[in-house]
Each structure stands twice: as C-alpha cells, then as structure tokens.
Design a protein around this ligand. Structure first.
Ligand SMILES: Cc1cc2nc3c(=O)[nH]c(=O)nc-3n(C[C@H](O)[C@H](O)[C@H](O)COP(=O)(O)O)c2cc1C
Length: 424
C-alpha cells in the first residue's frame, strides 16, 4: 500500500504524505495538540458521509485526503482516489449542467451544494448529495476544498415516485373533471329548452347544482293543447351517484322514443298518483346505495284552471294569488321507493287567472346561513309576495338570489330547483 517517496504515497490517515513526515510532525506537537489531532482524525474516519479534501493549489484539484466513509459510499479504495480529480465518480447519465455548476463555483471560489448522479466502483449509480466548501489560509487564500458526500438515492427515489404519483393523480383528476363537465352538459341538455306553447301559460325555471352534477331534475311536458305535466324531483345525496339516478328518472318520465309513461294507451294523461305508484314499483330503494327520491308530479289544465298533483315526500307547491297572502298547498306522502306499496294521495287545487305556482326542491328552504338557520318556507312566501308585480322569470331569479344572499357566501350544500307556472 505504501509507496514511500512517490507523489501519491498514502499515510495511515489517508493524506498524501509520507509516514516519516507524519511521524516527524507528530513528534513536534505537544501531547495536548496530538490528542486533539487524533480526535479530529478519528472523527473524520468514523462519520458515515464521504469526506474528501482536494488541493486547490495544484492543477485539476487532486484529492489529497479521503476518509473511510468515501470508500464505503463509492466502493473506491482511498488509495485509488488520492491524486485524482473527483470527476471519476461521474458517468454516462451524470448531468453535465450540474458538473458545470460545480466548476463555476470552484472558479468563483464559493461553496456549492448539488445533487449529482455518480457511479460506484461496480458501476451502480447513486445520487450524491454533495457539498463543497473552500478552505482558506490565514491570508484568506483558498488552499483546499473540502467535499462532503452522502447517498441521497432513497430520498430522490421517494421524491421521484411521489412526483410520478402526483402526475398520475393530476392526469386522472383532469380526465375526471373533463368527464364531469361533459356529463354536466348532458344533464343541462335534459332541462326544458323552452316553455311549451300553450296560450295563457307562462313558465320559468332554474336548476342550480351544488356540485358539477345534480341529483335534482325538473321538466314541463306538453300533454295536449291545454294541459302540461310538470315535475320537480330530488334524489337523496348529491354528486355523481345522485345524478345517475336523476338522469335515469328523467329518461323514464320523458323517454326520447317509445310510449310515454305519462299517457295511457288512449293518449289520455295518466293520473299523478298512478305515476307515483309506477315510479315506486320501478325504483324501489336499493339497499346497496340506500338511494331514494322525492317528486312533485302534477298536471296543470290551463283551460279548466286546475292543478292536480302528487307530492311524494316532496315540499308542497306554493300558491301566489292576487289579493291573498302567498301560501303553501298541502303535501303528505312517502318519498318514492322507501315502502313497497304505499298509498299516494293526490291533491287538486282550483286556480284563478293570474295565479302563480312555485314548485321547488328542499335545497331552497333548507339553505342555511352562518348561524345554521334555514332560509325557510315563510321567507320564501314573503319574498314571492313582495315580487308579485315582477315578471315570473324575475321572481324566480329573485327567490333563488335571496337564498344565495341568505347563505352569506357559504357553500351551497344541496341542489336547488325552482319551477314557476303562471296562468294568464
Ligand atoms: C473537494 C471536491 C469534491 C468533489 N466531489 C465530487 C463528487 O463526489 N462527485 C462528483 O461528481 N464531483 C465531485 N467534485 C467535482 C469534480 O471534481 C469537478 O470539479 C466537476 O466535475 C467540475 O469539473 P469538470 O467540468 O472539469 O468535470 C468534487 C470537487 C471537489 C473540489
């Protein structure tokens, strides 16, 4: 190991030196100074990090000291490293820009810290967390550089894995958002695009989902020259699961082809209570999803001025009549699907010219303010009374807007649907 007199001779401590020189120097030290020197040497040798010292005064900054940590980390014996520039640790996939950054720091004689891909003696790559600091003499001249190396491969791999997982998550999120937006557009397309053309009838509606997709649905279907069927429904829960059922129900109530369940074979209108019964049979509560829904289904006869409806677990419609205080009509039935063969009772109201009916889902009266107080039906009636002289569309906007103001900026936590009808 020892090649006495040669330039690369290695002392016990790993310094390029000769043993005799080292021995001579030790001899002239006081016992205390010797003890301190021994301690420093032992400390350098026992640290897990690789430590190298390079000579700044010689071309190519050759290594003049490497500890055992360096040997353990790189697999290269100290004797091999001495006299060489540390770049022998670099290899095919080492980033040249990082090496360039080190070079620049050395030129400017300032410390630097990098993570650089290095290769062990057996050519296995590892990430080297490298810190290089200039060492100055009493006159401030840089005489050496000290380099401290540690294996940061595991952390880098964990970071890479995390980055990869984040990337995949982001992609999945993007796809999900795109799909949700497409599904929301499909759902919007299921809303009535225009009011049915029946003289003496005005309609206005709005549906505000609390998430991208709604569990609410509403529709106005022209049955004949004087009658429309209307419904507002609300599936339990929100989001995609509720939306899937609400779209299914929409399609069931208004199929794009084939016979409509709203008409008998003779083309007459099916009674609202029968519709509720059929829905109850067709969509029983699924114990796996525990989903059910409420619906207000009615038939408005514009000429006879009657509204016949069934409110299955659903809030009662509100009636606004000239010269009278606005009021809620009656409603008392089970929601759809929760009991096997319930009795669905119909209600019928005789209407007068100028009457307005407001059908809605509970997201509207149950909108809560910061004190968790609900918006409430009473307040809805008050607001409707106050905007009696406004157009029907304006009254719909006003009511939904008032609920939004009531929420005081809190998140809307349920879908809100409102369908208004007015007789001329
Ligand atoms: C004290 C010291 C320790 C060094 N340790 C390493 C090291 O562990 N790994 C490495 O890739 N480069 C290390 N280097 C950097 C290279 O020796 C060299 O300076 C760098 O690759 C830039 O020079 P080049 O572009 O001529 O290769 C060290 C440099 C010094 C001065």
């Amino acid at each position: 190991m020892k090649a006495k007199g040669s330039e690369n001779a290695v002392s016990r401590t790993g310094f390029v030196d000769s043993d005799s020189e080292a021995v001579r120097l030790r001899k002239i030290l006081s016992p205390a100074a010797r003890a301190l020197l021994d301690l420093k040497e032992r400390a350098l040798e026992s640290t897990a990090e690789g430590i190298v010292i390079a000579d700044a005064s010689r071309p190519n900054n050759p290594i003049i000291y490497a500890n055992r940590g360096f040997e353990r980390l790189t697999g290269f014996p100290v004797e091999f490293a001495l006299g060489k520039n540390c770049r022998f640790l670099q290899g095919p996939a080492t980033d040249r820009t990082t090496a360039q950054a080190i070079k620049q720091a050395l030129v400017e004689q300032r410390p630097c810290r990098v993570e650089i891909l290095n290769y062990r003696k057996d050519r296995t790559p590892f990430w080297n967390g490298l810190s290089i600091t200039p060492v100055r003499d009493a006159a401030g001249r840089v005489t050496h550089y000290i380099g401290i190396q540690s294996d940061v491969t595991k952390r880098r791999q964990a970071e890479d894995a995390l980055q990869e997982a984040n990337h995949r998550l982001e992609m999945a999120n993007r796809t999900m958002k795109r799909d949700l937006a497409a599904a929301a557009r499909i759902q919007q397309a299921l809303l009535p695009s225009s009011a049915p053309q029946i003289p003496g009838l005005r309609c206005a509606w709005t549906l505000k989902p609390c998430e991208e997709l709604a569990g609410d649905a509403l529709n106005i279907i022209r049955l004949d020259e004087e009658r429309v069927a209307v419904y507002v429904l609300d599936v339990s829960g929100h989001g995609v699961p509720a939306a899937l059922l609400s779209v299914t129900l929409n399609r069931w109530l208004t199929p794009t082809s084939g016979p409509s369940p709203l008409r008998t074979v003779d083309g007459d209108a099916v009674a609202p209570a029968r519709i509720a019964e059929r829905l109850n049979r067709q969509f029983p509560l699924d114990p796996r999803t525990a989903q059910y829904f409420t619906i207000l289904y009615g038939i408005l006869d514009v000429r006879a001025r009657t509204f016949r409806y069934v409110a299955a677990g659903h809030p009662a419609p509100l009636l606004l009549r000239r010269g009278q205080a606005p009021r809620a009509l009656t409603a008392a039935n089970f929601p759809v699907g929760v009991v096997p063969e319930p009795r669905f009772d119909e209600d019928r109201v005789a209407l007068e010219p100028g009457d307005r009916l407001y059908l809605y889902t509970d997201g509207l009266p149950e909108a809560e303010n910061s004190g968790e107080a609900p918006f409430g039906t009473e307040r809805m009636l008050e607001i409707l009374g106050a905007c009696r002289e406004q157009r029907l569309e304006a009254s719909v906007e006003r009511l939904v807007g008032a609920a939004e103001i009531w929420r005081e900026g809190a998140r809307q936590d349920d879908d809100i649907s409102l369908l208004a009808l007015e007789l001329a």
